[in-house]
Write a protein that binds this ligand. Structure first.
Ligand code: UD1
Length: 330
């Protein structure tokens, strides 16, 4: 009997496209739904790409039944924190309302498994800078709240249906496929490693450090950077867990240790072999001093084994990708 298909929303985006590639390599049957507002058709290397919204009930219901789908992986979302503060309803509309519609279609179609991209932003500013899955959620921006509301809908729906879910709370995702097939294409990106690598290859003049007076090891912000390939693997592990009858659950996705902004920039300079033009700036609004994952649960429950827990390797794959992008456009 042929295996049922997986619907991947947002599969043309940064993280989604890496997961689609790994699922495709594993022989899964895939339908990718993406409105291409921030994704790229050429990033989808496996499956059928359908251009549309994950909140379009008619379209989603048709896809679920026509393709015999029993699993949904939901990546489609807006994710820029400062923008979510400026335009909260855009975030509640796309992230929360569309997820509600998607879940309604899943319930009607009897979808069995749902894997949801959530975020460490649901924790806000955790005490001590480390968040385990038991840490109370207290988002400090509409982005985090929009994702937390989706988590709650999913939890409440699973409680009264046969749907089983895994919520993955991502920490700071970085890096690219080491073989250069997928990477982070986002224009005007704000993420530290992306911006630093764009600076290293000459796409930007300088890189700013936002805040040098934090109560951290060197005064700059500390984050738990996870390689996108390891994060993608966590989705396949979550799928195996659900297929083996695992109960609905929630796990952090991080390595369990952090690097400061200065440590990241030092790594970029070492890997690139050249100094960066670094400008020290005041703190950026809404940034917690430190955010590190309590990351035991994912290893224990899924047997997840990260392969790329190495800052220089993360930076190297990001730099390689930027160089490749540059040579593609020149
Ligand atoms: C990222 C994610 C957010 C997630 C969070 C989890 C995106 C757009 N953001 O946010 O969704 O909830 O991880 O931890 O996906 N920095 C600089 N200079 C720069 C850019 C950043 O100094 O040019 C500093 C920031 O102040 C911060 C650190 O680098 O201390 C990381 O920032 P960034 O890469 O933007 O990620 P987060 O804001 O942590």
């Amino acid at each position: 009997m042929s295996r049922k298909a997986i619907l991947v929303t947002g599969g043309a985006g940064y993280i989604g496209s890496h997961v689609v590639r790994q699922l495709g390599e594993a022989g899964e049957r895939l339908v990718v739904l993406d409105n291409l507002s921030t994704g790229f058709a050429e990033a989808v290397l496996y499956g059928e790409l359908v251009v549309g919204d994950s909140g379009d009930r008619e379209l989603v219901s048709r896809l679920l039944s026509e393709h015999d789908i029993d699993t949904v992986m939901h990546f489609a979302a807006h994710l820029v924190v400062p923008e979510s503060v400026e335009k909260p309803l855009k975030y509640y509309g796309n992230n929360t309302c569309n997820t509600r519609n998607l879940l309604e279609c899943c319930a009607e179609a009897g979808v069995k498994h749902f894997i949801f991209s959530s975020t460490a932003a649901t924790y806000g500013i955790p005490e001590g800078g480390i968040a385990t899955e038991e840490t109370p959620t207290a988002p400090i921006n509409p982005y985090g709240t929009s994702k937390l509301m989706s988590e709650w809908m999913l939890r409440d729906l699973s409680a009264v249906t046969d749907l089983k879910h895994v919520i993955l709370r991502y920490f700071n995702v970085a890096g690219s496929d080491p073989e250069g097939r997928t990477g982070q294409r986002t224009p005007n990106a704000t993420l530290l490693i992306k911006v630093a690598c764009e600076t290293a290859v000459g796409k930007r003049d300088s890189i700013s450090i936002f805040g040098t007076d934090y109560p951290t090891k060197d005064g700059t912000g500390v984050r738990d950077y996870i390689h996108v390939e390891d994060l993608a693997r966590a989705h396949l592990d979550a799928l195996t867990y659900l297929r083996q009858g695992g109960e609905s659950t929630l796990v952090n996705c991080g390595y369990g240790h952090g690097y400061s902004v200065r440590e990241v920039l030092d790594a970029v300079q070492r890997v690139n072999g050249k100094a960066l033009n670094i400008v020290e700036q005041p703190r950026r609004a809404g940034d917690p001093p430190q955010l590190i994952a309590g990351a035991e649960k994912i290893r224990k429950l899924f047997g997840w084994k990260p392969q790329y827990d190495d800052l220089e390797f993360i930076v190297k794959t990001s730099l390689d990708w930027e160089r490749q992008q540059l040579s593609d456009t020149t």
